[in-house]
Design a protein around this ligand. Structure first.
Ligand code: ADP
Length: 400
C-alpha cells in the first residue's frame, strides 16, 4: 500500500509518499510560495536524486498537480500510475473538541473543519484548501484527516479549562487544546518501545522543541496536560512566540501604545520569544552563537528557554505523581546539546541524571541519561508523517 501524506500551509505544501509495506518514504518534497511570485517545487526521490523547479503555482490545486507529476516522472518519480496511491493522509492543525482521533474525510468532516476555522484562523483554512484540492484532483482516492489537537483530547477538564467565566467555554469553546499531538504521541510510544515497557505503565514528559515548542505530560500513553493552549502561543518561549504571560500585560501594552488586537497578535506570535528577547534571531543556533560571543540578551533568551522547560518538567512530574522518562524531540530537542544539558541540570532531585558525554549527540535515537538514572532521558527524532501514514492506512483498511 502507498500512502501520500500532505501538510498544507497557507503558501506551502510538504508531502511524502510512503511505501507502507516497509513504512518508509519513497519520495518527499516541498512546494513553496504558492500564489506568490517565485514559486517552486523541490522533489526528492529518497536516496537517489533531488530536483528543484521554478514554476508558476497559483494555488494549492496547481501545487498538487505538480506534486503528482513529479511522483509520476520517469527520472525522479516513484510510481507508474496514480492508481498506485491507495489513500491520502492530511495533517490538520485544529480538530476542536470534535475529533479525538483520525477520521475518513467526507462532507460532514469538511463542514466540521470549517466550523473549527475560528479556532485556528491561520492554519485550518490552508489545511482545508489542501483537502479540497486533493478531492478535486483525485476524487476516488480516500482522504484521511489527522489532527494536531486529537492526542490531547484525553486531558481532564480541570487541566484544560481556563479560569474565565464558564459561559465563554459554552459559547466559544474557550479551553486548552494543545498542539503537536502527533509528535507527542509518536515519541511517547517510541520511548516506551525503546525502554521495553508498555506505554500504559509509564509516565513520560515529552518536550517537542522546534520553532514552535510544546511540552506534554503523557500518563499511561494518554496526554494529561500540555503547555500550549487555546492557541499555540502559550508555554515556553519559542522562536517568535511569547509563551506564558500575565494576560493583563496585553491590556496594559494595548493601552500604553494603542495596539489593536491584530497588531497585538502579530507582536505575540511573530516578534516575541527568542527573537524578541535576544534581538538576534528566532533560530536558536544563531542565538547560541551570539551568547557564546558574549551577547547578554542572547544568553538571557537561552536561560529563559531552559528554565521554562525545566519548570514544565517539574510541574508535569508533580501532575502525574512522578516520571519515568523525559524525551527531547524536534529541531532544538534533537540537536541542541547545550539546551538539553541546561534543562536537565537541576532535575537530579527527580532522579533524572543526564550523562554529558552521551548527550553529545544530534538527531539520533538514544538514551542521554546516566546508567544509574532512575528517570530515563532520551533523544527521539519525531516522525509525524509516519504517524499520519499509519493512521491513514489503518482507517482505510478498516473501512474497506
Ligand atoms: P518547526 O517547528 O518549524 O518544525 P523544527 O522542529 O525544524 O521547526 O525546529 C527548528 C529549530 O530548531 C530552529 O529554529 C533552530 O532553532 C533549532 N535547531 C536546529 N538545529 C539546531 C542545532 N544544531 N542547534 C540548536 N538549535 C537547532
Amino acid at each position: 500500500m502507498k500512502v501520500l501524506v500532505l501538510n498544507c500551509g497557507s503558501s506551502s505544501l510538504k508531502y511524502q509518499l510512503f511505501d507502507m509495506e516497509i513504512e518508509q518514504p519513497m519520495a518527499k518534497g516541498l512546494v513553496e510560495r504558492i500564489g506568490i511570485d517565485g514559486s517552486r517545487i523541490k522533489h526528492t526521490k529518497v536516496g537517489i536524486d533531488s530536483v528543484t523547479k521554478n514554476v508558476d503555482i497559483a494555488n494549492h490545486k496547481v501545487a498538487i498537480k505538480h506534486v503528482l507529476e513529479e511522483l509520476l516522472d520517469e527520472k525522479v518519480g516513484v510510481i507508474k500510475s496514480l492508481d498506485e496511491i491507495t489513500a491520502v493522509g492530511h495533517r490538520v492543525v485544529h480538530g476542536g473538541e470534535k475529533f479525538a482521533c483520525s477520521v475518513m474525510i467526507d462532507k460532514d468532516v469538511i463542514d466540521a473543519l470549517e466550523e473549527c476555522v475560528p479556532l485556528a484562523p491561520l492554519h485550518n483554512p490552508a489545511n482545508l484548501m489542501g483537502i479540497e484540492a486533493m478531492v478535486d484532483v483525485l476524487p476516488d482516492v480516500p482522504q484521511v484527516g489527522v489532527f494536531d489537537t486529537a492526542f490531547h483530547q484525553t486531558m481532564p477538564d480541570y487541566a484544560y479549562m481556563y479560569g474565565v467565566p464558564y459561559h465563554y467555554y459554552e459559547t466559544y469553546r474557550v479551553r486548552r487544546y494543545g498542539f503537536h499531538g502527533t509528535s507527542h504521541y509518536y515519541v511517547a510510544n517510541r520511548a516506551a518501545s525503546i525502554m521495553g515497557k508498555p506505554v500504559e505503565d509509564l509516565k513520560i514528559v515529552t518536550c517537542h522543541l522546534g520553532n514552535g515548542s510544546s511540552i506534554s505530560a503523557v500518563d499511561g500513553g494518554k496526554s494529561v496536560d500540555t503547555s500550549m493552549g487555546f492557541t499555540p502561543v502559550p508555554g515556553v518561549i519559542m522562536g517568535t512566540r511569547c509563551g506564558d504571560l500575565d494576560p493583563l500585560l496585553i491590556t496594559f501594552l494595548a493601552e500604553q501604545d494603542g495596539i489593536d488586537p491584530k497588531a497585538m497578535s502579530h507582536i505575540l506570535n511573530k516578534e516575541s520569544g527568542i527573537l524578541g528577547i535576544s534581538g538576534v534571531s528566532s533560530d536558536l543556533r544563531d542565538v547560541e552563537e551570539a551568547a557564546e560571543k558574549g551577547n547578554d540578551r542572547a544568553g538571557l533568551a537561552e536561560k529563559m528557554l531552559c528554565y521554562g522547560i525545566r519548570k514544565y518538567i517539574g510541574a508535569y512530574a508533580a501532575a502525574m505523581g512522578g516520571i519515568d522518562a523525559i524525551v527531547f524531540t524536534a529541531g532544538i530537542g534533537e540537536n541542541s546539546i547545550p539546551t538539553r544539558a541546561k534543562v536537565c541540570q537541576g532535575l537530579e532531585f527527580l532522579g533524572a541524571e543526564i550523562d554529558l558525554e552521551k548527550n553529545n549527540v544530534r538527531g539520533k535515537e538514544t538514551f542521554i541519561s546516566t546508567d544509574g538514572s532512575k528517570v530515563k532521558i532520551m533523544v527521539i527524532p519525531t516522525n509525524e508523517e509516519l504517524v499520519i501514514a499509519r493512521d491513514t492506512k489503518k482507517i482505510v483498511s478498516e473501512t474497506k
